[in-house]
Design a protein around this ligand. Structure first.
Ligand code: SF4
Ligand code: SF4
Length: 358
C-alpha cells in the first residue's frame, strides 16, 4: 500500500502534494501506528481542525467559567476542564471552589441534575456526532433545573473555510468516517462541486487510512473532483436519517468563531427557539465582566494552535512545545484534549515523521 501511495505521488510529478484530514482520531491512528514513516516524502498529510475541544473558542469557555462563578453547577467532559478561556479555565474556577464536575456522558449529567436542587448546566462540546446525543437528551424530557451551554460545532462548513485559505493549499480532504455515519457521504458532494477538491471518507484502522490516502492521491493525480466512500462498511450516502432528524430538530447552525481559525458561517450548533428553556445562554444572564479582573496568561501569546489547526504550522514549530507546554500543564487548547494535535505529537514522541529521521 505504501509503495502504491509513493507511485501515485510520483506520477503527479511535483511535490509536495498536500492533503488534509479533519479528525483527531485520524491523527491519533497515524501517530500511534507510525504511519508517517511510510508516507512518501512528497506527500504532506496536514492535520486540520479535527478536535472539537481545541476549536472551542475562548468566549465559550468564558461563559462556562462565568456561570460557575455565579453558583451554577457545571457538568462537562474531562477534556474541557483545562481548556484555557480568555483569562481562566474551568479547572482554575474549580480549584477556587466552583461546582464543576466531570461526566462521561450527558445522560450522567441529567441523572445528577435529577438528584440536585441546584441549577445544573451541561457544557456541551463536540461535533455533530456528539451533538446528536445532546439533542436526544433534550427531546427526552430532561429535569426543569437542567440546561445546556452549547459549544457544539458542525464540521462541513469549516472545510469550506480551510479550502479557501491561500496558505493551506489543500488538494484533497480525508473526511472522518464516524462523523459521516451520521451525515452520510452525500453531504460532501456540493463542497466538491464548489471547490473542485476531492474528498475521501475513511475509517480509522491503519489500512483504512492508507487506502483512503491512496484513493485521494489518485483522485488528485487524475484531476477528478469526486467524493469517494472508502468506508462503505459503516457509511452510506444518506447517513443516519433518524440521527439527522434528532439533530436538526433541536439545533440550528449559526455562524461563530472557531478558536484560532476564523468566523465559520454555520459552523456552530445552537439550540432552536423551541428549546429556549433548556438553553443556558437564554436562561441566565451570564456575567462575563467579573472575569476581566484576572490578567490573561502571558505564555498564551506564543501559542500557535490556530496555525496548527489551519494546517500551516506543526506542533514542533511552537517554541513552547514540550517545554513550557506539556499535557500536565497545557498552555494552549491543542495540548489538552487527547484528540489535540500537540497532545498527540507529545504522547507519541514529539516528531512523528520517522521517515525523515532515517
Ligand atoms: S468527534 Fe469523532 S469524528 Fe469528530 S473529530 Fe472526534 S473522533 Fe473524529
Ligand atoms: S505546544 Fe502548546 S502553546 Fe504551542 S501550539 Fe501547542 S498547545 Fe499551543
Amino acid at each position: 500500500m505504501a509503495d502504491a501511495l509513493a507511485r501515485a505521488v510520483g506520477e503527479i510529478g511535483r511535490a509536495p502534494v498536500s492533503v488534509m484530514h479533519v479528525c483527531g482520531s485520524h491523527e491519533q491512528a497515524i501517530a500511534k501506528y507510525g504511519l508517517r514513516a511510510v508516507f512518501p516524502r512528497g506527500l504532506n498529510v496536514i492535520m486540520g481542525p479535527g478536535c472539537p475541544v481545541c476549536v472551542t473558542d475562548l468566549p465559550e469557555v468564558d461563559e462556562a467559567v462565568a456561570l460557575a462563578g455565579q453558583g451554577v453547577r457545571i457538568f462537562t467532559y474531562g477534556d474541557m476542564l483545562r481548556v484555557p478561556g480568555t483569562v481562566r479555565s474551568l479547572a482554575d474556577a474549580q480549584a477556587e471552589g466552583a461546582k464543576i464536575e466531570v461526566v462521561y456522558s450527558i445522560g450522567q449529567a441529567v441523572q445528577l441534575a435529577r438528584k440536585s436542587a441546584d441549577e445544573c448546566v451541561f457544557f456541551a462540546s463536540g461535533f455533530e456526532t456528539t451533538a446528536v446525543a445532546t439533542a436526544a437528551v433534550l427531546l427526552a424530557n430532561p429535569p426543569a433545573n437542567f440546561s445546556v451551554l452549547s459549544a457544539h460545532k458542525y464540521i462541513p462548513p469549516v472545510m469550506e473555510i480551510v479550502a479557501e485559505m491561500p496558505e493551506t493549499r489543500v488538494e484533497g480532504f480525508l473526511a472522518a468516517g464516524h462523523a459521516a455515519t451520521i451525515t452520510g457521504w452525500g453531504i460532501f458532494e456540493r463542497f466538491v462541486e464548489r471547490h473542485r477538491i476531492p474528498v475521501v471518507v475513511a475509517g480509522f484502522e491503519p489500512l483504512d487510512i492508507m487506502a483512503g490516502l491512496l484513493t485521494l492521491v489518485e483522485l488528485v493525480r487524475d484531476r477528478r473532483a469526486e467524493v469517494v466512500n472508502a468506508y462503505p462498511r459503516c457509511v452510506t450516502r444518506e447517513g443516519n436519517r433518524r440521527a439527522q432528524e434528532v439533530l436538526w430538530k433541536v439545533f440550528r447552525p449559526t455562524g461563530g468563531r472557531w478558536r484560532g481559525i476564523a468566523h465559520v458561517p454555520n459552523g456552530n450548533l445552537r439550540l432552536r427557539d423551541e428549546f429556549a428553556a433548556f438553553d443556558a445562554r437564554r436562561r441566565f444572564t451570564i456575567q462575563l465582566a467579573r472575569l476581566w479582573d484576572y490578567a490573561p496568561p502571558s505564555l498564551a501569546q506564543s501559542c500557535v494552535c490556530g496555525d496548527i489547526m489551519a494546517g500551516i504550522a506543526s506542533p514542533t514549530d511552537c517554541p513552547l512545545f514540550g517545554r513550557e507546554c506539556v499535557p500536565d500543564n497545557p498552555v494552549g487548547a491543542c495540548m489538552v484534549s487527547t484528540e489535540g494535535t500537540c497532545r498527540i505529537w507529545h504522547q507519541y514522541g514529539g516528531h512523528l515523521n520517522l521517515g525523515e529521521e532515517r
